[in-house]
Design a protein around this ligand. Structure first.
Ligand SMILES: O=C(O)CCC(=O)C(=O)O
Length: 303
């Protein structure tokens, strides 16, 4: 284990920890009642999804595990979860990292169940093209893959690296402990410009926090969920955020159920990507504040 940040209630400390370690922990972000209501809803949904055999694993990050469970696309699965994207500390730290126009990219629960397999350390912005010397060959952006990356150690690079373009605010809906699979992270790895070597072992910090906290890491920080060696599930909810010019991991404007879309307020709709950014994401009117859904756009016109 290595040194890392301590859980804090101070936004200033949270920002300082992020700069130094690439991650930070906010204690008391959610009150106990809200946390309990969300936990109950997520576990109920998880049990029902398991029963009908609905998509319970995420092979992109856990190819070898069929024990952990992702409850994907939470906004469709109960209005209670929307408390998380309306959490001021969450939105403040996201905007601190990515700027005011950041949007939500994913909003899902990740449940580590006892008997799971260990998730491999990774970074979230694996899709970013690497910097190259002028004239050098480059990987064509649509050919970038998780498998072909500049592997290396977590030490700071001595050359320019990409800035963060995504970040993750993961809410602890149960306690996160060493035993139940707390997220583990490599302090300082956000400065390395490297991806962790697939089978190497590194000094990690376990984000041990009480329920109601969140763990925030930026897109370059090495991290993963851990083994659950206990006998109760660890429930985390990932709110994953992105620069508005990057495709969202979950396609909210397309996939939200109509009854959910009609309940969203403007703040939530903007966060979910209904608002074009410098015309990107527009539908038929480049100047419109909001993208219009198909039935409301202009079709064939004739004199
Ligand atoms: O569930 C966790 O603790 C980590 C999840 C993770 O690695 C991710 O969402 O990229």
């Amino acid at each position: 284990m290595t040194t890392g940040p301590e859980p804090t209630k101070s936004m200033d400390q949270l920002k300082a920890d992020l700069a130094e370690y690439g991650f930070a922990m906010m204690e008391g972000a959610l009150d106990p009642d809200t946390t309990a209501v969300i936990r109950e809803r997520v576990l109920e949904q998880a049990a029902a999804e398991k029963k009908v055999g609905y998509g319970n694993n995420n092979s992109a990050v856990e190819p070898d595990d069929d024990v952990n469970q992702w409850v994907a696309f939470l906004p469709n699965k109960g209005a209670v979860c929307r408390a998380l994207i309306n959490n001021q500390a969450c939105v403040d730290i996201v905007r601190y990292i990515l700027g005011d126009d950041a949007i939500l990219s994913e909003f899902s629960a990740h449940i580590t169940w006892p008997g799971n397999k260990e998730m491999a350390l990774h970074i979230d912005q694996w899709f970013m093209p690497q910097t190259v010397m002028p004239g050098d060959d480059y990987v064509r952006p649509s050919d970038v893959s998780r498998q072909h990356q500049p592997w290396g150690g977590p030490e700071p690079a001595n050359h320019p690296i990409n800035p963060p373009v995504v970040c993750n605010v993961m809410f602890a809906i149960t306690d996160f402990t060493l035993e139940n699979g707390a997220t583990r992270l490599v302090a300082g790895s956000h400065r390395s410009g490297h991806h962790p070597e697939p089978d190497a072992r590194y000094d990690v910090t376990y984000a041990e926090v009480p329920a109601g906290s969140f763990v925030v890491w930026e897109g370059r920080t090495w991290h993963a969920a851990s083994l659950n060696t206990g006998n109760t599930p660890r429930v985390g909810i990932t709110t994953y955020w992105t620069a508005p010019f990057i495709r969202q991991l979950l396609n909210f404007p397309y996939g939200l159920r109509p009854e959910v879309t009609s309940e969203l307020n403007d703040h939530e709709r903007a966060l979910m990507g209904f608002k074009p950014w410098n015309t990107y994401g527009a539908t038929d009117d480049f100047g419109a504040e909001w993208a219009r859904p198909g039935p409301e756009t202009t079709g064939v016109l004739k004199d």
